[in-house]
Design a binder for this molecule. Structure first.
Ligand code: ADP
Ligand code: ADP
Length: 223
């Protein structure tokens, strides 16, 4: 069965105005349950636009999105927001951790916001941080962590509320090549270990080759 279905997405910015740019022209893609798909495209091709639509942060002009077999079109804003919180984890190129909070708190807070009790939230955060090798650094704020460690914590935060779908936009693009390779391996182990379905944008073809399937975004279509 499919965890994510994107069907015939079109998207233009500044429609009907000077500076109109058509980014997606009928993009169709599905990600199976437990499948990890690489989305490869040059900068400016529309990867972020496609990921934002898949993650319910933006809406297409035309086309359909279904997550976990549930169509998203008819939903009201509030139901979409709930679906996003429940089903989708996001990872960006930059970690976006809260600077005033420790690594542990950065993974605990989204769970508290989701109604999880503190004890349970801390136990889950420690389990996740342990899996990515940041357990001993749980009490440090982001500024005291290396770039690779910061990004590992961001992976744990994305998985804190146990989403079924992970969307990642150049998840190791901010790191030097050696660190990027290593941290990418950590991400893959985490994804495989939790049975997540994932769509991961990268322009690193070696990293893409480590996923189940590689798709390319070309002239607004997925090929
Ligand atoms: P990628 O992630 O592949 O670099 P994006 O989806 O960010 O591509 O952007 C695709 C194109 O759409 C680019 O030409 C970008 O400048 C344009 N674009 C993205 N967001 C906006 C926006 N909010 N308003 C106008 N143009 C945008
Ligand atoms: P990019 O690096 O692809 O441009 P950003 O991290 O700047 O992505 O975020 C893109 C958009 O997504 C922004 O409008 C931001 O507010 C929104 N966003 C980022 N993370 C979340 C999230 N977890 N929940 C809701 N919106 C988010």
């Amino acid at each position: 069965s499919e965890m994510l279905v994107l069907d015939g997405l079109t998207k233009a910015y500044n429609r009907g105005k000077p500076g109109e740019v058509t980014v997606l022209r009928g993009a169709t893609l599905s990600v199976g349950t437990g499948e990890v798909v690489a989305l490869v495209a040059p900068s400016g091709a529309g990867k972020s636009t496609l990921l934002h639509i898949a993650g319910l942060l933006d809406t297409p002009d035309e086309g359909r999105v279904a997550i976990g077999g549930m169509a998203m079109e008819g939903l009201r804003d509030r139901a979409r927001t709930e679906a996003r919180r429940r089903e989708v984890g996001f990872i960006y190129q930059f970690h976006h951790l809260l600077p005033e909070f420790t690594a542990l708190e950065n993974v605990v807070l989204p769970q508290l916001a989701n109604g999880v009790a503190r004890r349970e939230a801390e136990a889950r955060a420690r389990d996740l941080l342990g899996r990515v090798g940041v357990g001993p650094r749980e009490g440090h704020r982001p500024a005291a962590l290396s770039g690779g460690e910061q990004q590992r914590v961001a992976f744990c935060r994305a998985l804190a509320n146990a989403p079924r779908l992970l969307l990642a936009d150049e998840p190791t693009g901010n790191l030097d090549p050696g660190t990027s390779d290593q941290v990418f391996g950590v991400l893959m182990d985490l994804v495989r270990g939790t049975g997540l379905s994932a769509l991961i944008a990268t322009h690193n073809l070696e990293l893409a080759a480590r996923m189940d399937r590689v798709v390319r975004l070309d002239a607004g279509r997925v090929v």
